[in-house]
Design a binder for this molecule. Structure first.
Ligand code: 5AD
Ligand code: SF4
Length: 438
């Protein structure tokens, strides 16, 4: 086959890290099979892709306003594709609302990108489709860190969440494929790898073939044996599956970054029940304490939804109580947003007035800011070990500590790809500043 003429791809990614990785796969596949290279100039692109998120309503509204703008400004011949969770969820309705869209590709169908890209009107959104053994072309955007998907879909039924409807049932990618992929990444110089899935620590629940029991903890052990990989991260885990074996591995395996995401969602046992989260306030606190006790310096991050339907002031105060007890290092806060195809829609008559939701959100944000300042200021004067991975426009070099705190220093690209001791001289709520210890 003769080499195709080079074309330009502009891609915008909304939402979570899974979407970022899916976009990397899209870029790699289109490069390998269709000779596309990425441009940051939308008006110069031959293909415009927006990789969407539907977890809350706002990003969905953003999608339509954005593709409308793209359509006005793009080159005449340029195509527009809508991929990701909103594609799964709205399917061909996207084309009804925006007829200039050329194709729609769901979050579980990313491997079909090379087929739909030249098929005007294609809609691929099957949530039963099994992408779990597809070998994507090699991506390779960052030279020092990257991520690998370990599962697709989600088997949980959290009552507020649209993800099971957009990404389908959970299927684990075979461990040998994951290890092979991680090895490939290590061979091109990657030192830090993030294992990705909607619910990483239920890994092994279902494979597309029959095989022996194999857990997330086992996967962590096997990935940590890959030569060249020095830091392992994973997201998102579910607090329910943080069993003792997992916590022990997390604590004692030196390659595992000591930062863990524990999505609380609510501190109230009755709201957690209505959300179908599967743990209680006490259960969550017990696990968080165990992790803090076993892992000195651990950073714990979380997601919180305020104003879930029926959330009373007392329920909300339980959330505040958990925040005060755990003192999270980072909180991603959300006000409940009713989503189609979710069980919580049945609680519509118990929805919380928006002003109350906003006030609760502000209270969480303010309390968290206070905790963040205390936690970050405690680093000043200490020496931390940093893996530097990027050069900033202002000449600073940025990296992350083992417990995934961002650090900036003055320096050069000599530092990139290295683990270096840094004395912390200053802190903001979200990052540290320091000087390299020579
Ligand atoms: N409303 C608000 N927040 C939500 N999330 C998921 N669904 C909703 C919703 N309907 C949040 C959860 C989840 C994060 C990725 O998004 O906190 O952990
Ligand atoms: Fe959504 Fe719950 Fe699955 Fe997370 S675990 S993706 S919140 S259903």
């Amino acid at each position: 086959m003769s080499k195709q003429e080079e074309k330009k791809l502009f891609i915008e990614t909304l939402g979570c890290q899974m979407n970022d990785t899916d976009s990397q796969h899209i870029i790699a596949e289109l490069k390998e099979h269709k000779n596309y290279s990425v441009t940051s100039d939308m008006e110069d692109a031959d293909l415009i892709i927006i990789n969407t998120c539907s977890v809350r309503e706002k990003p969905v509204q953003k999608l339509f306003s954005e593709i409308g703008q793209f359509n006005k400004k793009k080159k005449n011949s340029a195509k527009i594709g809508v991929c990701g969770c909103t594609a799964s969820h709205l399917g061909e309705d996207i084309m009804k609302r925006a007829p200039y869209v050329d194709f729609v590709l769901g979050a579980r169908n990313i491997s079909k990108i090379k087929d739909v890209v030249d098929t005007k009107g294609a809609v691929e959104i099957d949530i039963d489709y099994d992408d779990s053994t597809y070998q994507f072309a090699a991506s390779g955007m960052n030279m020092y860190k990257s991520s690998v998907n370990i599962s697709i879909g989600c088997d949980k039924e959290c009552t507020y969440c649209i993800v099971p409807a957009t990404r389908g049932d959970e299927i684990s990618i075979p461990p040998e494929m994951i290890v092979q992929q991680v090895q490939k990444e290590a061979d091109r110089g990657i030192r830090e790898i993030t294992l990705l899935g909607q619910n990483v620590n239920s890994y092994g629940r279902r494979f597309s073939d029959k095989r022996e029991k194999y857990s997330f903890t086992q996967l962590l052990r096997d990935v940590s044996e890959v030569e060249g990989i020095e830091r392992i991260r994973f997201t998102s885990p579910h607090p329910l599956h943080m069993d003792d074996e997992f916590i022990e591995e997390f604590a004692k395996n030196p390659k595992i970054s000591k930062c863990i995401h524990m999505p609380l969602q609510s501190g109230s046992t009755s709201v957690l029940r209505a959300m179908k989260r599967g743990y209680s306030k006490e259960g969550f606190l017990k696990r968080a304490k165990k992790i803090r006790d076993m892992v000195p310096n651990v950073r714990i991050t979380t997601d919180i939804i305020v104003a879930f339907p029926g959330e009373t002031q007392e329920n909300f105060e339980d959330t505040i109580d958990v925040i005060n007890q755990v003192k999270f290092d980072q909180i991603f806060n959300f006000k409940y947003s009713p989503r189609p195809n979710t069980a919580a829609l049945e609680l519509a008559d118990q929805e919380i007035p928006d002003e109350i939701g906003s006030a609760r959100l502000t209270e969480v944000i303010e309390l968290h800011k206070k905790h963040q300042s205390e936690l970050m200021n405690a680093y000043i004067g200490k020496t931390v070990n940093v893996f530097f991975d990027s050069l900033k426009a202002n000449g600073e070099v940025a990296g992350f500590t083992d417990n995934y705190c961002q650090v900036f220093v003055k320096g050069s690209d000599d530092l990139l790809g290295k683990f270096v001791d840094v004395k912390v001289t200053d802190a903001t709520r979200t990052a540290l500043k320091g000087e390299v210890v020579s």
